[in-house]
Design a protein around this ligand. Structure first.
Ligand code: PSU
Ligand code: MN
Length: 301
């Protein structure tokens, strides 16, 4: 355990006792979902992890202090705050050095989780390669290539170029495992049709792969993909809504950090809220699944 990190009492105790802990990111709270859905989802993910018998550790930077495990008041403050810095690898020293509030992305959360000794992390979709902009590659992919944390997700953000994202992950040596799926999940829907590296059926099998990577002294992460639950899969054509929203963002000159919130908000409108239902359902399901994997890692049968 690194002492430059601040731990909640609950997380500190769980780590000291060698109990299963699941890391959670905070960018989905500040930049991924609107209030109050963001707070409800964050609390729902924490509850799912506790119900499954593990301890949740939501990670963020509070006034420059890297914090592992947030209480309800801290989650609520983040969920309603404006102008929180979105912290990927390059942003962490800035937020810490300047005493700012920061929300960690997948990359930022992996770095802190690894320092804290947490090896399983749950989220919705990782960053990836942007459509039509093959040099706009999320730092998430590079981090997966160099930090040994298992990331449980439902694929990449729906607005990305999935085939190119898979190519970059392959280059960086990141295994992509499907838990209950033979293809890469497409976030709002269960299958993109794209091939992945292995299909397994149980959290115990995932734990065996993580253990094998640890024995190999692997420096890279592992991507564990879990499809959105069948009953919450988007029924309409997600692709058409995503393309329309992306075109509107382009036409209105929206770019940079503003693109994801704009596109996700428009997709929610265009799908009558169905995309948001799928998004929250997969987040809670991934949290629960990550807890089962963490338990299988800590208490092998
Ligand atoms: N997926 C979503 N919404 C989000 C994100 C992912 O549906 O807001 C966040 C995650 O925190 C992810 C980050 O790590 O976006 C990637 O951002 P970038 O492309 O700037 O690296
Ligand atoms: Mn990006």
């Amino acid at each position: 355990m690194h002492n430059h990190l601040h731990y909640s009492h609950e997380v500190r105790t769980a780590l000291a006792e060698g109990l299963p802990v699941v890391a959670l990111e905070s960018t989905l709270i500040t930049h991924g979902l609107p209030y109050p859905a963001n707070l409800e989802t964050a609390l729902g993910m924490e509850r799912a992890i506790r119900d499954a018998g593990a301890t949740p550790a939501t990670i963020a930077i509070l006034k420059g202090q890297i914090t592992v495990g947030l209480n309800v008041n801290q989650l609520e403050a983040l969920a309603t705050a404006q102008n929180v810095r979105k912290c990927s690898r390059r942003d962490l020293p800035i937020a810490v050095g300047l005493g700012e509030d920061g929300a960690t992305t997948v990359a930022g959360t992996m770095i802190v989780a690894h320092h804290a000794g947490i090896s399983v992390f749950a989220t919705g979709g990782i960053g990836g390669v942007h459509r039509g902009q093959p040099f706009d590659v999320s730092a998430d992919l590079i981090e997966l290539g160099r930090t040994p944390v298992a990331v449980v997700c439902s694929g990449a953000k729906a607005i990305l170029d999935l085939p190119l994202t898979l190519e970059v992950l392959e280059t960086h040596g990141v295994p992509i495992i499907g838990l209950g799926t033979e293809t890469l999940p497409a976030f709002y829907t269960r299958s993109s049709g794209l091939p992945i590296d292995a299909c397994v059926e149980t959290p115990e099998q995932v734990a065996r792969i993580i253990k094998a990577a640890q024995r190999l002294d692997a420096k890279h992460g592992i991507l564990i993909t879990v499809p959105v639950p069948v009953e919450h899969e988007l029924q309409m054509d997600a692709e058409a809504a995503i393309q329309q929203a992306t075109q509107e963002a382009h036409d209105q000159g929206i770019h940079g950090k503003a693109i994801t919130p704009f596109v996700l908000g428009r997709v929610a409108e265009l799908t009558d809220g169905q995309s948001r239902t799928a998004n929250t359902a997969l987040l809670v399901n991934n949290a629960r699944t990550a807890a089962l994997i963490a338990k299988a890692l800590h208490f092998p049968v």
